[in-house]
Write a protein that binds this ligand. Structure first.
Ligand code: UT7
Length: 326
C-alpha cells in the first residue's frame, strides 16, 4: 500500500522573545496568572519577517533532514491564517524563496487545525499518485493580527513555522489516517475580521487592531476544545483498530496546557507520552504541531515505528487528528 511517510522535519521561531513580565507592562495581567491559566512563560515575535520568511527557514531545515533538494518537491501546501498578502499565496512566496521550480503551491486556511488539514490533502495527492514529494508547512505570524490591548488574547499567541517533507512509499510506515472536522456555526467564538501579516494591524493603528484583531470567547472555546480533541483522538485510534496504550507520543496543538492536560486525562494518557512546549512558544496556531513534532524528533523522542497521534483544535471551529507510524 502506498503511504505518505515523513522523511524530514524542521522548524523556525524568530529570535525576539516576549516574556510574561514584559506583557505585564503592556496590559493588566501577571506572569503568575498567565503561567497558571495557560502554561505559557514566553513567546516569540517576528519583527521584520513575514510568514513566508518563517516558512522558508523551517522548510530549509526539513529539506536538509530529508536529504533532498527544493527542486525535487512536486507540491507545496502551506497552512496559515496570516498570509504575507491576501494573494499570492504564502505557498507561492515560499516556492520562490526556496527555489522549488517544479512544485505547484497553494495555501489552506483552517486556523490552528491547518497543519493536519494540509497533511490530509498532501496524503491524498500522494495516494492518488499525482505527487511523490510534498512539502507541508504550518506557519503563523499571529503577532500581526493581535489586538495588543486585549489581555484575554494577546498573552496567548506567538509566531513560528514548522515543516515536514512527505514522500510516497510502499509499506506499513507513514500516515495511517487523518480525520478533519468543521462546524462553522461556532465561527464567532474565535475569529479575526481583518488579516494580512505584511500589513499588520499593529502597524496601522490601535483602533484598527481593536476592530479587526483576534477575538475569542475563551472559556467556551476551552470546553469545546477539550471535548473535540478527545473525540478526534479516539476516532483516529478506532479507525486503525488501535488503543491509547499503543501510542508512543501524543503531540497536541499547543493552545493551553490545561486544555492539553484535560484532553489527555480523558484519554487516560500518561504524562510522559504528552509532548508540550507551550511554555516557550505560546500558541503558534498552524505552526504549533509541526514545531512540536520537529522538536520532539530532535530531542530523540521519536524513533522508527513510533506510533504518534496528532490532534488540533481551532477557529472555525475546526478540529482534526492524524495517526502516524514513523
Ligand atoms: O488555538 C485555538 C484554540 N484556543 C483555545 O482553545 C483557547 C481556549 N481558552 C483558553 O485557553 C482560556 O479560556 C483562557 C486562557 C483564554 C482564559 O482562561 P479562563 O480560565 O477560561 O479564564 P476566563 O476567561 O474565565 O477569565 C477568568 C478571569 C476573568 O476575570 P473575572 O471576570 O473572574 O474577574 C478575566 O477577566 O480572568 C480574567 N482574565 C485575566 N486576568 C489576568 C482574562 N485574561 C486575563 C489576563 N490576565 N491575561
Amino acid at each position: 500500500m502506498i503511504r505518505s511517510r515523513i522523511i524530514g522535519t524542521g522548524f523556525f521561531v524568530p529570535s525576539k522573545v516576549l516574556t510574561n513580565n514584559e506583557l505585564e507592562e503592556m496590559v493588566d495581567t501577571s506572569d503568575k496568572w498567565i503561567r497558571e491559566r495557560t502554561g505559557i512563560r514566553e513567546r516569540r515575535i517576528a519583527e521584520e519577517q513575514n510568514s513566508s520568511d518563517l516558512a522558508t527557514k523551517a522548510s530549509a531545515n526539513a529539506l536538509k533532514m530529508a536529504g533532498i533538494k527544493a527542486s525535487d518537491i512536486d507540491l507545496i501546501i502551506v497552512a496559515t491564517v496570516t498570509p504575507d498578502m491576501v494573494f499570492p499565496s504564502t505557498a507561492c512566496f515560499l516556492q520562490k524563496k526556496i527555489g522549488a521550480a517544479s512544485a505547484s503551491a497553494f495555501d489552506i486556511s483552517a486556523a490552528c487545525s491547518g497543519f493536519i488539514y494540509a497533511m490530509d490533502v498532501a496524503d491524498k495527492y500522494i495516494k492518488g499518485g499525482s505527487a511523490k514529494k510534498v512539502l507541508v508547512v504550518g506557519v503563523d505570524r499571529f503577532s500581526s493580527i493581535i489586538d495588543w490591548q486585549d489581555r484575554a488574547t494577546c498573552i496567548l499567541f506567538g509566531d513560528g513555522a514548522g515543516a515536514v517533507v512527505l514522500t510516497s512509499e510502499e509499506g506499513k510506515r507513514g500516515l495511517l489516517s487523518s480525520h478533519i472536522f468543521s462546524n462553522g456555526n461556532f465561527w464567532d467564538m474565535l475569529y479575526a475580521p481583518l488579516n494580512g501579516s505584511s500589513n499588520g494591524l499593529t502597524a496601522s493603528s490601535a483602533a484598527s487592531a481593536q476592530k479587526g484583531g483576534v477575538k475569542m470567547r475563551g472559556n467556551e472555546t476551552f470546553k469545546i476544545a477539550v471535548k473535540m480533541m478527545e473525540e478526534a483522538s479516539l476516532e483516529a485510534l478506532r479507525c486503525n483498530h488501535l488503543g491509547v496504550a499503543d501510542l508512543d507520543l501524543f503531540i497536541p496543538h499547543q493552545a493551553n496546557a490545561r486544555i492539553i492536560n484535560s484532553a489527555a486525562q480523558r484519554l487516560s494518557l500518561p504524562q510522559e507520552k504528552i509532548y508540550m512546549n507551550i511554555d516557550k512558544y505560546g500558541n503558534t496556531s498552524a505552526a504549533s504541531i509541526p514545531i512540536a513534532m520537529a522538536e520532539a524528533h530532535k530531542a530523540g523522542l521519536i524513533h522508527d515505528n513510533s506510533l504518534i497521534l496528532l490532534v488540533a483544535f481551532g477557529g472555525g471551529f475546526t478540529w482534526a487528528s492524524s495517526l502516524i507510524r514513523w
